[in-house]
Design a protein around this ligand. Structure first.
Ligand code: CAA
Length: 390
C-alpha cells in the first residue's frame, strides 16, 4: 500500500505575557549591547508571568488549532517539553478541561531536551501512515530559565508551538527520509533537584555543530536531498546566531564558504520570532518554521531543510516540502500579535519574576493574577495545579 502524504496541516505559536529587551539587560550587566544584538543575534526574550507555565503556553498555542480543525479526528496528543511540571503525569492531560479534548485520545509527554517535538512529528507520521484518518496534535512548550549572572542568562526565553499533523496536509509535507545522530554528551542537562540547567556553553555549541554535520551525513546516506535542493533552512535557535554558525559549519563540511548574504538568504526569514522570544527549547525549531513561512516570499513546492537539536544529544535532519496554497493556512497576524503584545519589564521586575517560586508545601497557594492570556495557573493546592480559562 503506498504511504499517504503526511505533514503539517496547521502551526500556531504562543508566548508569554512579559518580555525584557536585551538593551535593558546589557545596560544592567555592563555588557556592550552589540554582543547581544550581533554576537548572539537576540533583541529580547519572553519572561513568564507567575500565572503562566508550560501548560498555559501549550493551551494558548493549541486552542486556535482545535478551533479551526475540531477534535473529531484527533486521536493522539504528544506534548514535548524539557521543563515539565510533573515527574509522572503528562502535562497534556491538564489540557483536557482547558481545551475540551475528547476522551478518545492517547496523551503522552516526550522528553529529550530541545529535540523531543521532532520525535513527536516522526511518531505522528508513523501513526498516520497506519491510519490516514488519524490526526495528531504535537505540542512543543518550554520555559528556558538559567541562573542570573551566567553567560546563559542572555539566552533565556519561553514559547510554545502547536502542530497539527495529518494526511494530505495544507502547509508542509514531511518527507519520510530523515537523518539522525545521537551520543552521550554532558553539554547541558537538568538534574531533578535543580530548577535551572547545568550548562557547558562552549561544549554545547561544538556538540551542536558536530551533531548537525552527522545528522545531515546520515540523511544523505539514506537518500536525502543535496544541500542545493533547499530553498531555505530552519535550525533549532537557542539564540539566532547559532543557526548561522550551524549552517556555515554544514556548508563548510561540503566545501562551501558562504558569504553573510548567502546565509541571510537561507536563514534570515526563519529568525524573526526567535530573535524576539529567545530560546524556547522544544518549540524553537517550529517558531523558526512559522517565522519562515510567515515572512519569506512564496515557498509553495519548495523544500525546507530542518535541523532539530537537543543537548545530551540527539539531532535530526529532515525535509519539509511546502504545499502550494500554504499561505491560506498561516497565522502570521496572530503570531505577530503574540510577540508584539508582550509587556516590557523593568529590570528589577524581571529579577523578581526570575526569583518567583510557588511554595512546595501542601497548602493552598493562590497565584497572583498577571497574564492577559485566556489560560492561567490560578492556584496550587495539596500539590495539585489548578488552572482556569477566561
Ligand atoms: N560586539 C559584537 N559581537 C560580540 C561582542 C561585541 N561587543 N562581544 C562578543 N561578541 C560575540 C562573540 O565574538 C561571540 O561570537 P562568536 O561565537 O561568533 O565568536 C558571541 O558574541 C558570544 O560571545 P561569547 O562567546 O563571549 O559569549 P558567552 O561566553 O558570554 O556566552 C553562550 C555565549 C555560551 C552561548 C551562552 O550564552 C550560553 O551558555 N548559552 C546557553 C547554552 C546554549 O544556548 N548553547 C547553544 C547550543 S546547545 C543547544 O542549542 C540546546 C539548547 O537549546 C540549550
Amino acid at each position: 500500500m503506498p504511504h499517504p502524504r503526511v505533514g503539517i496541516a496547521d502551526l500556531s505559536i504562543a508566548t508569554t505575557h512579559y518580555m525584557i529587551d536585551h538593551a535593558t539587560l546589557a545596560r544592567h550587566h555592563g555588557v556592550d549591547v552589540a554582543k547581544y544584538h550581533r554576537g548572539i543575534g537576540q533583541d529580547a526574550m519572553s519572561v513568564p508571568a507567575p500565572d503562566e507555565d508550560i501548560v498555559t503556553l501549550a493551551a494558548a498555542a493549541a486552542a486556535p488549532v482545535l478551533e479551526r480543525h475540531g477534535t473529531s479526528a484527533l486521536r493522539t496528543v504528544l506534548l514535548a517539553t524539557e521543563t515539565g511540571v510533573d515527574q509522572s503525569k503528562a502535562a497534556g492531560l491538564y489540557l483536557h478541561p482547558l481545551l475540551r479534548l475528547p476522551h478518545t485520545t492517547r496523551v503522552v509527554e516526550l522528553k529529550q531536551a530541545c529535540y523531543a517535538a521532532t520525535a513527536g512529528l516522526q511518531f505522528a507520521a508513523g501513526l498516520i501512515a497506519r491510519d490516514p484518518a488519524h490526526q495528531v496534535l504535537v505540542i512543543a512548550t518550554d520555559i528556558a530559565r538559567y541562573d542570573t549572572g551566567t553567560p546563559a542568562e542572555a539566552t533565556q526565553g519561553a514559547a510554545s508551538a502547536a502542530i497539527l499533523v495529518t494526511a494530505d496536509p495544507g502547509i508542509a509535507e514531511l518527507e519520510s527520509v530523515t537523518g539522525v545522530h545521537s551520543s552521550h554528551v554532558m553539554d547541558f542537562w537538568r538534574p531533578n533537584h535543580r530548577t535551572t540547567p547545568v550548562v557547558d556553553g562552549k561544549l554545547s555549541i561544538t556538540t551542536y555543530l558536530d551533531a548537525t554535520a552527522h545528522a545531515y551525513a546520515d540523511y544523505r546516506r539514506h537518500g536525502g536531498r543535496d544541500l542545493d535542493d533547499f530553498a531555505a533552512f530552519c535550525y533549532h535557535q537557542p539564540f539566532t546566531a547559532m543557526a548561522y554558525k550551524a549552517h556555515r559549519h554544514l556548508l563548510g563540511t561540503h566545501g562551501q564558504a558562504p558569504s553573510h548574504d548567502d546565509l541571510d538568504t537561507a536563514l534570515a526569514a526563519s529568525t524573526h520570532y526567535n530573535r524576539a522570544v529567545g530560546n524556547s527549547y522544544t518549540a524553537s525549531l517550529y517558531l523558526a518554521l512559522a517565522s519562515l513561512l510567515d515572512h519569506r516570499d512564496e515557498l509553495g513546492g519548495r523544500h525546507v531543510g530542518m535541523l532539530s537539536y537537543g543537548s545530551g544529544c540527539v539531532a535530526e535532519f529532515f525535509c519539509a516540502t511546502v504545499v502550494p496554497g500554504y499561505r491560506d493556512h498561516l497565522r502570521a497576524t496572530a503570531h505577530d500579535h503574540a510577540v508584539t503584545a508582550r509587556k516590557p519589564l523593568a529590570y528589577d521586575d524581571y529579577r523578581s519574576l526570575h526569583e518567583f517560586r510557588i511554595p512546595a508545601d501542601a497548602g493552598r497557594h493562590n497565584v497572583p493574577e498577571h497574564t492577559a492570556g485566556a489560560f492561567r495557573l490560578a492556584a496550587v493546592e495539596g500539590h495539585e495545579r489548578i488552572y482556569e480559562t477566561r
